[in-house]
Write a protein that binds this ligand. Structure first.
Ligand code: AGP
Length: 606
């Protein structure tokens, strides 16, 4: 996850930038850099690796000044090399830029700028922003160039720009967090309050679509059209634990909101959009062995097992390899048919789940090659696997798995592409394009939070819930039910919508809310008729849908809209309302949503 720090005022800027970046180190990164604006010059120092390397580089430079930017980068486009580190300077040396996000249409803009004579020295999408802003500088000031640039960008961004000719910082946000820090004769910028608390507790959290201009003496915020905006100044009286929770009431809510960033970081540097290639950094299974794989066994427990059920759809469609999905606790005691043609994949957030590890061992003993999809570096599952695909969700503190789940889905999709590529298949551009859009789609789904909190208030006293989904969304019905029961203690069941008439329909009455996942084309009509069956028996329907709510007139009591993405990735978006609904019902019932009764974050025993 990238870290952003900026300052304009009266202090020496380099120590302040490095100090701020150090407060953000926990977020993970693989390169770092600073830029100081002094006497009409943009002086940048950047280094691969950790901040220690940057500090070593800085000792050789007398970077004095009181106006600049600092950045820690988690590579998304292009390897973590010095040339790809931020700040990135445009090819006319007029501005320097730091950025967090994914620009989905960067290639088209890059080609247009190249035809207009702009040159590029990095593999990053960030350099496209820098050159685009610089190309617009002749038409107006830095802030208007930034606003015009934002109108052309598709995807998620939080960026800050400085120019060599003015004493200001201009920032823009759509997706990743960005906040301003207010001081006397000085102003600050950061991607996380932790970087600012040593200097100011007066902050403004920018909202999506905001463009802000910072000088030593003040700040102005506008929208993309240039209309002035008023944003609330907040006083951060956070204690250390609240700082750790990023200001959220619970770790679970913080981690739900971290998902756009976690998805971006899991995608990081694994997709070369220009060459349409996918690669993993810890994968030692030779391509020819992957080409020889005839079956895949997905082994997991709990929420990770739900991810594996979705993964079956992804891997079978993308790589055309038959997939079996097993609970670790079941696989380890049945007599599985395994040989060298099997690729066994353990899916586990912790990498320490006893049942999953045992199943992986059995698969390995019987000849399978072993892969782990895991969120914890160096955990057991990663140590005895032939290849590991790390999800970069960051530490998941809440017992209920949220960001680990969605990044597992993304990792399984990436694995499907990787296997398709290893077996000679083409990676069509739309398969990759879809992936780049998912973080933004999840950010849009999160915008329904207030609406979902109200639904949670309306239904928090019921004693049972039924969740219905079809096809690739049946596992999301299971996951929605698990989330609810594990943090609110309400009994909930997930069911294939087509199975309702074979039994569960007997449960329907006006005390039983039914959450129906009605997204996509083909099956949504079928789910719609299931919803009609529920309504005909006085049941309450809460619909999650990418369709026009008017289409569900009369068959849904509540409608939660989600953005539409390609069907293999739709589960990542559809689970967001499930997580939020479970959270708000649990909170309303006074449950300890971060540490639910009887549960452990990692079940390391049978
Ligand atoms: C999910 O919300 C639960 N905390 C639990 O089902 C969990 O997914 C399961 O124990 C597997 O854990 P793992 O992913 O660390 O292997």
């Amino acid at each position: 996850m990238c870290g952003i720090v900026g300052y304009v005022g009266h202090r020496e800027v380099v120590p302040l930038l490095v100090d701020g970046l150090q407060k953000l180190e926990y977020r993970g990164y693989d390169s770092a850099g600073v830029v100081v604006v002094r006497d009409g010059e943009l002086e940048t120092v950047r280094a691969e690796g950790k901040l220690e390397r940057l500090k070593e580089s800085l000792t050789g430079h007398s970077l004095a000044g009181s106006h600049g930017l600092g950045h820690t980068r988690w590579a998304t486009h292009g390897p973590p090399l010095e040339r790809n580190a931020h700040p990135i300077v445009d090819s006319k040396n007029r501005i320097a830029l730091i950025h967090n996000g994914i620009i989905e249409n960067f290639l088209a803009i890059k080609h247009r700028l190249q035809e207009a004579g702009w040159s590029f020295t990095s593999d990053t999408d960030t350099e496209v922003i820098a050159n685009l802003i610089s190309s617009l500088l002749d038409e107006g000031d830095l802030r208007s160039a930034v606003r015009q640039t934002c109108r052309q960008l598709e995807g998620m961004y939080a960026f800050a720009a400085v120019s060599q000719s003015t004493r200001e910082i201009v920032v823009a946000r759509r997706g990743p967090p960005l906040l301003l820090g207010l001081g006397e004769g000085e102003h600050f910028l950061a991607s996380d309050p932790a970087a600012l608390l040593a200097y100011t507790r007066q902050v403004i959290f920018l909202e999506n679509g905001d463009v802000a201009r910072l000088t030593a003496d003040g700040y102005e915020i506008t929208n993309l059209d240039g209309s002035a905006l008023e944003r609330t100044v907040q006083r951060l009286n956070w204690d250390p634990v609240q700082i750790e929770k990023g200001g959220y009431k619970h770790f679970m809510l913080k981690e739900i909101h971290e998902q756009p960033q976690a998805l971006q970081d899991t995608l990081a540097a694994r997709v070369d959009f220009e060459l349409a290639r996918v690669g993993f950094e810890h994968f030692s299974i030779p391509v020819e062995e992957l080409a020889a794989v005839r079956r895949i066994h997905l082994l997991a427990c709990g929420t990770s097992w739900h991810a594996a059920l979705v993964g079956k759809f992804m891997l079978e469609e993308l790589a055309r390899i038959p997939v079996e999905v097993d609970y670790g606790s079941e696989y380890r005691y049945r007599d599985p048919i395994v040989d060298e043609s099997v690729l066994a994949i353990g899916v586990s957030q912790s990498g320490e789940t006893a049942d999953t590890l045992a199943a992986m061992e059995i698969a390995r003993e019987r000849g399978a090659r072993l892969v782990a999809i895991c969120n914890v570096v160096g955990s057991q599952a990663t140590r005895f696997s032939d290849g590991t695909i790390y999800t970069h969700a960051g530490p998941e503190i809440g017992v209920a798995s949220t960001k680990a789940f969605t990044t597992q889905l993304e990792a399984l999709y990436l694995l499907g592409l990787f296997l398709r590529q290893a077996r000679g298949g083409d990676l069509e551009h739309d398969l990759l394009e879809a992936l780049a859009h998912v973080p933004q789609a999840v950010a849009e789904a999160l915008e329904q939070e207030k609406h979902i909190a109200q639904i949670g208030r309306r239904y928090h006293r019921v004693s049972d819930f039924l969740y219905l989904g079809r096809g690739i969304n049946y596992p999301i019905a299971l996951e929605g039910a698990l989330k609810l029961k594990e943090i609110s203690y309400i009994h909930a069941e997930g069911y294939p919508a087509g199975e309702m008439k074979h039994g569960p329909i007997a449960l329907i009455d006006d005390d039983l809310p039914v959450v129906a996942i009605a997204t996509g084309d083909r099956v949504a009509e079928k789910v719609r008729s299931n919803m009609q069956q529920v309504k005909a028996r006085d049941g309450k329907v809460i619909a999650v849908t990418d369709r026009d709510p008017a289409d569900l007139e009369g068959v849904a009591d509540e409608v939660i809209p989600v953005p539409r993405v390609p069907h293999l990735l739709q589960p990542i978006v559809n689970v967001i309302p499930m997580q939020l609904l479970a959270y708000y019902v649990g909170v309303r019932r006074g449950c300890d949503v971060d540490q639910p009764r009887n549960l452990a974050k990692s079940v390391t025993v049978e």
